[in-house]
Design a protein around this ligand. Structure first.
Ligand code: ADP
Ligand code: MG
Length: 460
């Protein structure tokens, strides 16, 4: 049997896909594995309430995820810190041998189980993308008369369901056409693979061949977020050839992007025309009715109950990004649980979302203090720091503010993104990493950060 920490790490990776981000952060991320005894994985929970929630709501999901990594595990036991000692003692008294039962191997799927067509709410803004994704899943690679679905190019803003649709295709084909070989790759990963293959090619002649082989040998190729191919001309060339080959052999290609091909800068013309050569399907911002339907769907999936007026409040408040909508819903649920209210009302909901905007102070500093200090230091309006403007000075101030909020406050990345005008958590990661590397490179950035920290300290 694998090491318990490795099993848990792998299980966490797959849980990230099966549980809504905020619930994951609240209930899963802070568990740790103790040991495996008699095919039972023992997990330690931070609080009694956490243990209760894990037992009531997440045990099955956790077991499925753990079994993907280690099929021999057949049960999950949740303990709290104070039960740990006596458990260990008891274990030492009992037999030390670990009985291992034979369990048939589980096939690990790279697709998130909750991203299915059934779980996708269809409306005006996404029906073209949904129906074409479904057609392609049912008949990959074949063109239906004069309709050409190859490649299928799905585009739309962040958090609107592109990855969900790609995984739905993946899940559908895995279940219904199991003989087909599907490869799903986020474009960032493709880029890394490519760079690795290139850098290995000096020592290993076959590394580049292996890279191409991996992508050429599939029946269905899905590339998520191809806007990242921007400026990657070497890779574009390789992709072009892989595409042609797949296309000529009747293999299905599916792409997603946050913008249409014509808006992807520095994309080679011939690749652009390949991207545009099939079906372009856009996903727009959902209407209020759709947002309500989506929240209802999530409630069923997560087995939670929320009053209608709270659903409406949420759907009205968060109108452009479904990932945020899900996050807000989870926060409201958590907040009402903390208050021991079985059904959150609108007041609780308002409170929950407000609290999350600037909560968890460390040493008396909150995000507002940091934004205000950065604003004073750079002489830039606070509203610009959290706003959309992209001038050089504002971008620098914003990244520094994000970096400091992340560094000084114990806040989840998603929450930080929300504080900064509803940005995605990946933007938070990007800003943080950018500032970290700037600080390594130049004293100027170091000094600015130091000054702002001093400013903050003096304000306390
Ligand atoms: P994108 O890849 O476009 O940034 P995702 O596919 O990751 O967005 O979607 C973000 C979240 O919103 C996911 O949890 C997804 O399940 C959910 N979501 C998006 N659109 C829908 C929809 N129409 N119905 C149900 N859930 C949706
Ligand atoms: Mg995506």
């Amino acid at each position: 049997m694998k090491d318990v920490n490795i099993i848990w790490d792998e299980a966490l990776d797959s849980l990230k896909g099966s549980i809504i981000a905020v619930s994951y952060m609240l209930w899963i991320d802070n568990l740790y594995p103790l040991c495996i005894v008699e095919n039972e994985l023992v997990l330690v929970c931070p609080t009694a309430n956490a243990k209760k929630t894990v037992n009531q709501k997440y045990k099955d999901d956790i077991l499925v995820a753990v079994q993907k990594s280690e099929p021999l595990v057949c049960n999950i036991l949740a303990l709290i810190e104070s039960e740990k000692e006596s458990f260990i003692e008891e274990m030492n008294i009992q037999s030390k041998d670990i009985a291992v039962k034979e369990v048939t191997e589980n096939k690990v799927s790279p697709f998130m189980s909750r991203y299915t067509f059934d779980n996708f709410v269809v409306g005006e803004s996404n029906k073209l993308a949904f129906h074409s994704a479904k057609m392609v899943a049912e008949n990959p690679g074949s063109s239906t008369g004069y309709l050409n679905f190859n490649p299928l190019f799905i585009y739309g803003g962040v958090g609107l369901g592109k990855t969900h649709l790609l995984h739905s295709i993946g899940n559908y084909i895995t279940n219904n056409l199991p003989k087909l070989k599907i490869l799903y790759v986020p474009t960032e990963k493709l880029i890394n693979d490519f760079i690795e293959a290139l850098s290995d090619s000096s020592t290993n002649k076959n590394s580049f061949k292996a890279f191409r082989e991996k992508y050429r040998s599939v029946d269905v190729l899905m590339l998520d977020d191809v806007q990242f191919l921007q400026k990657k001309s070497g890779l574009q060339d390789v992709i072009f050839h892989i595409f042609n080959e797949l296309y000529q052999n009747g293999k299905q290609i599916i792409l997603s992007s946050d913008r249409p091909p014509k808006d992807i800068g520095t994309l080679e013309d011939r690749l652009r025309s390949r991207f545009e050569g099939g079906l372009l399907a856009d996903i727009g911002v959902p209407t209020l009715e759709m947002r309500i339907a989506i929240i209802r769907k999530k409630m069923i999936l997560e087995k939670i109950a929320v009053n209608d007026d709270v659903v409406l409040f949420l759907a009205e408040k968060i109108d452009t990004n479904i990932r945020e909508l899900e996050g807000a819903l989870s926060k409201i649920i958590l907040f009402s649980q903390l208050l021991n209210k079985p059904f959150p009302d609108v007041e609780t909901a308002k409170e929950a979302l407000k609290v999350n905007e600037n909560e968890i102070k460390k040493e008396g500093i909150d995000s507002e203090d940091i934004i205000s200090a950065v604003s004073t230091y750079f002489r830039i309006n606070e509203s610009d720091i959290v706003g959309k403007k992209k001038t050089k000075d504002i971008v620098e101030a914003r990244m520094i503010a994000i970096y400091l909020v992340n560094d000084l406050l114990n806040l989840p990345l998603v929450t930080i993104g929300q504080i900064f005008g509803g940005r995605d958590h990946t933007t938070v990661i990007h800003s943080r990493d950018k500032i970290l590397s700037l600080m390594e490179e130049n004293k100027d950035t170091q000094r600015k950060i130091k000054d702002i920290r001093a400013l903050l300290a003096s304000k306390k």
